[in-house]
Design a protein around this ligand. Structure first.
Ligand SMILES: NC(=O)C1=CN([C@@H]2O[C@H](COP(=O)(O)OP(=O)(O)OC[C@H]3O[C@@H](n4cnc5c(N)ncnc54)[C@H](O)[C@@H]3O)[C@@H](O)[C@H]2O)C=CC1
Ligand SMILES: C[C@H](O)[C@@H]1OC(=O)[C@H](O)[C@@H]1O
Length: 256
């Protein structure tokens, strides 16, 4: 038989930024695939809403309100998992943000905020997950990068730099942790309608610019991102590591 399992049954997945947008879709989609989920975000109300939906499916949902830029909060979150004997099989580093400044205008505070939210947090979440996954001899880490980590976007150099760094971090952790049975991959989305992008996508001229560079001539639907993520997190993706899968409607191959 050649068709591997795409199921996440028996797995527990931690998703950062799970309160809304892509993280919320991944949390619900992973639960639909059979996983229990550990939901991390800043907003308790958002977390509880997602947890309720997951629990209605008969899956467990653990919620942790935390600021991913605070290393201490990351460490105490993992300590709580250990204390409560909650297993961790899959980590999705999804939390992210952008401040769309031109390079000449970037302030130190903007730099720190974007770097700490998008990159530093992903490293420290991965480091803590790696310790536990190494011990278990199994793990799947998925970093949510962006097409902006591969091609230049007009939405800011700092954000793009964090997304490019996530792609390289994916390769290095895959190299170091493959021997422990830990797969590390990244996904590079083009535009999907979420609170991060909805104002931009509501601008007709901006949307036309996006579509003019997108062979599929449309922005993505969130379930079109969940599918590739479940693939990489499941047995079906078990020989993929160090890779970045661009889920972009063809945008990154658009030359002219
Ligand atoms: N929406 C899109 O078109 C694209 C999004 N991405 C990436 O996907 C990821 C998710 O993006 P969206 O869902 O669109 O964004 P969003 O703004 O809709 O959601 C981001 C989530 O991260 C959480 N978050 C932000 N800062 C946090 C912090 N310091 N501590 C804890 N939680 C924090 C927010 O509370 C929210 O739940 C980001 O890494 C983003 O860069 C990449 C390419 C395209
Ligand atoms: C596609 C990018 O990751 C995304 O688009 C935006 O406008 C956000 O600020 C990000 O750059």
């Amino acid at each position: 038989m050649y068709l591997p399992s795409f199921s996440l049954a028996g797995k527990t997945a931690m998703i950062t930024g799970a309160g809304r947008g892509i993280g919320r879709a991944l949390a619900i989609g992973f639960a639909e695939a059979g996983a229990d989920v550990i939901l991390v975000s800043r907003t308790r109300k958002d977390l509880d809403e997602v947890a309720g939906l997951v629990q209605e499916m008969g899956r467990k949902a653990y919620t942790y309100a935390a600021d991913v830029t605070q290393k201490q909060e990351i460490q105490s979150l993992y300590h709580s998992l250990d204390t409560d004997h909650i297993p961790l099989h899959i980590l999705v580093n999804n939390a992210g943000m952008n401040i769309r400044s031109k390079a000449l205008d970037v302030t130190e505070e903007e730099w720190e905020t974007i770097i700490n939210t998008n990159l530093r947090s992903a490293f420290y979440f991965s480091q803590e997950a790696g310790k536990r996954m190494k011990e278990a001899g199994y793990g799947r880490i998925l970093n949510i990068s962006s097409v902006g980590g591969h091609v230049a976007l007009r939405t800011g150099v700092v954000y793009a730099s964090t997304k490019a760094a996530l792609i390289q971090m994916t390769k290095n952790l895959a190299l170091e942790w493959g021997k422990y049975g830990i797969n590390v991959n990244a996904i590079g989305p083009w535009y999907f309608k979420t609170p991060l992008t909805e104002k931009l996508l509501a601008d007709e001229a901006y949307l036309n610019d996006i579509l003019s560079r997108t062979p599929l001539n449309r922005v993505g639907e969130l379930q079109e991102l969940v599918g590739p993520a479940v693939f990489l997190a499941s047995d079906a993706g078990s020989y993929c590591t160090g890779q970045t899968l661009f889920v972009d409607g063809g945008m990154t191959v658009y030359g002219f």
